[in-house]
Design a binder for this molecule. Structure first.
Ligand code: HQG
Length: 174
């Protein structure tokens, strides 16, 4: 499949599996899974297309497990992915843009429309996340201190660190 078509299809799958399943007649189970056959029907695509997107997707956004599929993270609908808590690396990163900085330094990082705050394991990934919105600005997160203070972290199947809220005292702008 050509890249452009794959990106379009990946976006449709993200919308269906994270945000608006009901729009295409899908129902996610409590952990976010849905039968692969239902997704093929709902989106009018072939198994080859679906497997191509899952395998080649730049961020490994989806997991197939037997005859079911789900998005690895990024949901706005209520799901419990059942991820175990994990010990984060000492430092994590968050890519954003300057216009949000004052609010973030006052309120901390909030999940906004998603379930969790998404944190990146390295600066380069954070830079790419921030660049979706403009000139990227990278914040550091003192994950070691957060963990020591009892904040929970989870690691998604595609390497994104998830936590509920990052209070401002753990943030750095270096
Ligand atoms: C900002 C993509 C004001 C936050 C990416 C971000 C990622 C605040 C925006 C994944 C704030 C939310 C997630 C506060 C945070 N006040 N603004 N207190 N706290 N923000 O898209 O982290 O393509 O929900 O900085 O690659 O940008 O979907 O989160 O700019 O992994 O797979 O509010 O989405 O992956 O935006 O991106 P988002 P994000 P996918």
């Amino acid at each position: 499949m050509e890249d452009e078509r794959m990106i379009r299809l990946s976006k449709r799958m993200s919308k269906a599996l994270r945000h608006q399943p009901e729009r295409v007649g899908l129902t996610l189970d409590p952990a976010g899974w849905v039968p692969v056959a239902d997704v093929l029907n709902a989106l009018g695509i072939t198994p080859e297309d679906l497997h191509d997107v899952v395998a080649r997707n730049d961020k490994k956004r989806f997991t197939i497990d037997g005859d079911r599929i789900r998005a690895n993270q990024g949901h706005s609908v209520e799901v419990d992915l059942g991820l175990p808590t994990a010990v984060p690396p000492d430092q994590l990163f968050h890519g954003t843009v300057a216009q949000f900085l004052d609010d973030i330094l006052r309120d901390g990082l909030r999940p906004m429309s998603r379930h969790d705050v998404h944190l990146s394991p390295d600066r380069e990934t954070a830079r790419r996340v921030g660049a979706r919105r403009g000139r990227p600005l990278i914040l550091t997160v003192d994950a070691k201190a957060m963990h020591a203070d009892g904040h929970e972290f989870r690691l998604s199947a595609n390497g994104v660190w998830l936590t509920g809220h990052v209070p401002p005292e753990y943030l750095g702008t270096a």
